[in-house]
Ligand binder design. Structure first.
Ligand code: ZN
Length: 138
């Protein structure tokens, strides 16, 4: 049996963090966390989805960020996710593997819905333009 060559870091165009919530109490926590993120990091805060949209099994919002932001933002989320489930995944050419294999979960691991609908050979998503103006050092 042979093992595949390691993928180079250059395969990663950007990252997403998906912050999930279930019910009004968790929604309130998630919205407060969203404000805290925006005040501390140059990221793209995505729309709040109050119901599951594939491939995500629960209501959530997305945070898009670049590679340089990972080193501060992900540890900050570890400390401050307040019990919410968080999926952090890279964006490479293989969206299916990004969600199923390359994923980093903080807290509860949720299902990925309909992974067969995710692409396996696409352009790696580059960081979306930031829409935050941080004023607080993380
Ligand atoms: Zn994503």
């Amino acid at each position: 049996m042979t093992t595949p060559d390691p993928q180079a870091l250059a395969a990663i165009g950007s990252f997403h963090a998906h912050i999930y919530f279930d019910g009004p109490d968790q929604r309130e926590v998630a919205m407060a966390l969203r404000e805290q993120i925006g005040a501390r990091f140059r990221v793209r805060l995505g729309n709040v989805h109050d119901r599951s949209i594939g491939p995500h099994a629960q209501a959530m919002y997305q945070v898009s960020f670049d590679i340089a932001t990972f080193g501060n933002f992900v540890p900050w989320l570890m400390l401050n996710r307040q019990g919410l489930a968080v999926l952090v995944h890279p964006n490479t050419r293989d969206e299916r593997r990004d969600h199923l294999v390359h994923a980093l979960w903080l807290g509860e691991v949720l299902d990925i819905v309909g992974p067969e609908r995710l692409g396996t050979d696409m352009d790696a998503e580059q960081p979306l333009p930031p829409n935050t103006t941080p004023t607080i050092a993380p």
